[in-house]
Ligand binder design. Structure first.
Ligand SMILES: [Zn+2]
Length: 244
């Protein structure tokens, strides 16, 4: 009999003598590589299922031992009775890396990609800077307050500054410029991350926001690529909603 009849080790890219830790690491990097965000326009579902199946067997010592001996993950009858009373085998989980706040590093269901403008004026001109990143609510409001204070205090001291400041203040006060698709990506990923961790209320918060960002998908200001990506994400959001 082949040492790897169903190709589980080959699928994960490890040897039949790999440690549990090596198997886990191989699974993690494959799960990341097959993530839909990195594979736009390609269907990686089948590949992911194969990886998931291989991992579900090899990550469980009893199933792995049975597979190594018989080529099937089913424990032999005597092994099964020896395991009676053991806790049920854990299900493999699709591990999703959450987005984190660039300022404080926290993981939150309410992270947003925010772009805002800050204007500092000199006697003969003004300097306008665009700042963007993924922020939690607290850090976003600190950033926006600071930008608006700097702009409010120094932005009006020259004629170009006068023009830029009015525009920048208006944008900052409405929450900066938020790009819906980027925020849809962020909220969807946070929703899946929290669902996988069993944190349903956080999953619901993120999925509800994701739904709102996806709401305008049929409007003219979404281009075709954006619409396609949004339509890939919407079923994921609905799936999360149905489980929270
Ligand atoms: Zn933060």
């Amino acid at each position: 009999m082949s040492a790897d009849p169903r190709g589980y080790y080959r699928i994960l890219g490890v040897t039949t003598r790999a440690s549990q830790e090596q198997i886990k690491q191989a699974f993690r990097s494959l799960a990341k590589a097959l993530h839909p965000d990195l594979n736009r326009g390609q269907d990686t579902t089948a590949a992911f299922q194969a990886v998931n199946e291989a991992y579900s067997v090899l990550s469980d010592p009893a199933q792995r031992a049975a597979y190594d001996q018989t080529g099937s993950p089913e424990p032999a009858p005597q092994a099964r009775s020896a395991n009676a009373g053991a806790p049920p085998m854990s299900q493999p989980v699709y591990e999703v890396e959450p987005y984190t706040c660039v300022d404080c590093g926290c993981v939150s269901p309410r992270l947003r990609h925010i772009k805002y403008t800050q204007v500092v004026s000199y006697l003969v001109g003004s300097y306008k800077s665009n700042i963007w990143g993924v922020f939690c609510e607290a850090c976003a409001s600190k950033r926006l307050t600071k930008a608006s204070l700097i702009t409010g205090a120094f932005g009006w001291m020259s004629v170009p500054g006068l023009f830029y400041s009015a525009h920048a203040l208006g944008r900052n006060l409405t929450g900066g410029q938020q790009e819906n698709l980027i925020n849809l990506e962020i909220c969807t990923r946070q929703a899946v991350y929290y669902l996988m961790r069993g944190e349903r209320s956080n999953a619901r918060i993120a999925a509800t926001d994701a739904r709102a960002f996806a709401g305008g998908v049929n409007e003219g200001w979404w281009n075709d690529n954006e619409k396609r990506r949004a339509r890939e994400l919407i079923p994921i959001i609905e799936k999360v909603m149905s489980q929270v």
